[in-house]
Design a protein around this ligand. Structure first.
Ligand code: SAH
Length: 218
């Protein structure tokens, strides 16, 4: 656990505890994930005007037509990623405000996160550094091609939906690695891709709603 977060946002401890109870009711079981969700002050990643809703289980706008994911989906994706054991190096595609990256940082040794919208990248970078979260590297790049220079990864999370399952990204998984991603256009599903010595296994998990993965930098 990242000790540097202790003491931040004490006023919202009780609201955060309620969020954890709701996540348990929704089926999140991994105690390390629940602890990470408790630890990370979600209200600091969104506009002050929306801060009172920070611990509601909803997605919220973060400008540039993007959203911070619903806490349930952040917890769920992190739990699926961690299901095979502790995480070493993880890649997130779609930093947004940096909230999911901050949660991942609590349960993985090192996190790389990639954002294509420059002001979002800059803000997330500053926010994570203000919180003294030091095991996250934020990159301004088109993540649709992954981050080949830092591969292989034990886990890959996509926070934006591609129309089809990408074959490029799974190649950046280590053997034993897992990738969690939303796939589809109007109708989207969460998929788990597992890599073992003999190849890849795909599992369709549950319906989801994500912003689209876009190409190029903005
Ligand atoms: N993980 C974020 C959710 C961000 S929403 C959070 O915790 O708040 C999805 C993000 O993916 C948006 O910020 C969007 O700009 C970004 N995105 C979409 N396509 C991308 C691409 N090709 N490369 C990098 N980021 C991308």
């Amino acid at each position: 656990m990242n000790k540097s977060l202790n003491g931040i946002g004490m006023t919202s401890q009780r609201t955060r505890a309620r969020l954890i109870e709701r996540l348990r009711e929704q089926g999140i079981k991994d105690e390390a994930v629940l602890a990470a969700m408790f630890e990370v002050p979600r209200h600091l990643f969104i506009d002050e005007a929306l801060a009172s809703r920070a611990y509601d289980d909803v997605s919220l706008p973060i400008n540039y037509s993007q959203t911070i994911s619903q806490p349930y989906i952040v917890a769920r994706m992190t739990e699926v990623l961690r299901a095979a054991g502790p995480l070493g190096r993880v890649l997130e595609i779609g930093t947004g405000c940096g909230y999911q990256a901050a949660v991942l940082a609590q349960v993985a040794r090192e996190v790389y996160t990639v954002e294509r919208i420059k002001p979002l990248y800059e803000r997330a970078r500053k926010q994570l550094s203000d919180l003294k979260i030091r095991n996250v590297s934020v990159r301004y790049a088109d993540g649709s091609v992954g981050l080949p220079e830092s591969a292989p990864f034990d886990g890959i999370i996509m926070a934006a939906a591609a129309p089809t399952l990408s074959a490029v990204l799974r190649e950046q998984l280590a053997v034993g690695g897992r990738m969690v991603l939303p796939v589809g256009m109007q109708e989207q599903w969460l998929y788990l891709i597992e890599r073992d010595a003999s190849g890849f296994r795909e599992t369709r998990l549950e319906p989801v709603k994500f912003v689209p993965l876009l190409m190029g930098k903005a």
